[in-house]
Design a protein around this ligand. Structure first.
Ligand code: C5P
Length: 231
């Protein structure tokens, strides 16, 4: 497009799902396809940004023109994200990061053995990268817009937006893009329907359509927030 609102800016985007190894051949993973993150990277390129894509496992290729950093685990993504954030104007955490990883990674393939009890997998918590990015930014008084994603399943007692607002304040990111999962699944699909919540307090904004349409809406919103913060 002719309007390039992010020209001169660096945008870091994480995408895909992390894989947490159990042994040399097995991992704990998730259903993230990377499609929404890749669409965001394409939209940010369209808007004129320099784009770094921190790619965990994805089922789609990275768009041409991004600086690609491939990662496997949450800990690798954390390192790459903290490094990339140091000179980014915008960070968008669209990756599905494993909340837990196996406590022990076997150096050799775990075997089934009749003379030994079946194995039990102990898990430990991964760091919350989004939360940490916000803390690092604030400690450095850096002028940076940080965007999180949330996949919420509404349930009997709870309203999706209510959960999402609590998450926005807990994570303290500037924008939270919320999609409701479960009823019609989002993973691997080509379409999406989201609500964009802003910590600055503006009205929740809905966006739906193809993942490209949703990405364009998120990038438009990022551009609008930036022009408000940096006149
Ligand atoms: O807490 P929850 O996993 O729902 O938060 C989702 C958001 O937090 C996403 O933006 C995701 O990329 C990010 N996240 C993270 N580090 C984690 C877990 C999630 O940065 N360990």
């Amino acid at each position: 497009s002719a309007i390039r609102p992010l020209a001169g800016l660096t945008v870091t985007i994480s995408a895909g799902g992390t894989r947490e190894p159990l042994d040399p051949v097995r991992f704990l993973g998730n259903r993230s396809s990377g499609k929404q993150g890749v669409a965001l990277a394409a939209a940010a390129l369209d808007a004129g940004a320099r784009v770094r894509l921190l790619a965990a496992h994805m089922e789609v290729p990275a768009p041409a023109g991004v600086e690609l950093v491939q990662v496997e685990t949450a800990l690798e993504l954390r390192k790459a994200a903290l490094h990339a954030a140091a000179d980014s104007d915008v960070v968008i955490m669209a990756a599905a990061v494993a909340d837990f990883r196996p406590a022990d990674v076997s150096g050799t393939k775990i075997k089934k053995r009749d003379d030994v009890a079946d194995p039990v997998i102990n898990l430990v918590r991964n760091p919350d990268i989004l939360r940490e990015l916000v803390e690092v930014r604030d400690a450095a008084s850096r002028n940076q817009l940080i965007v999180g994603f949330a996949a919420e399943t509404g349930d009997a007692g709870g309203d999706v937006l209510e959960y999402a607002l609590a998450k926005l304040h807990r994570k303290a990111c500037d924008l939270l893009v919320v999609n409701q999962v479960g009823r019609d699944k989002v993973f691997g699909e080509d379409t999406n329907s989201v609500v964009i919540l802003s910590r600055a307090g503006s009205e929740p904004q809905e966006a739906s359509g193809s993942k490209s349409d949703v990405a364009a809406a998120v990038i438009d919103r990022v551009s609008a927030e930036l022009s408000r913060v940096v006149p």
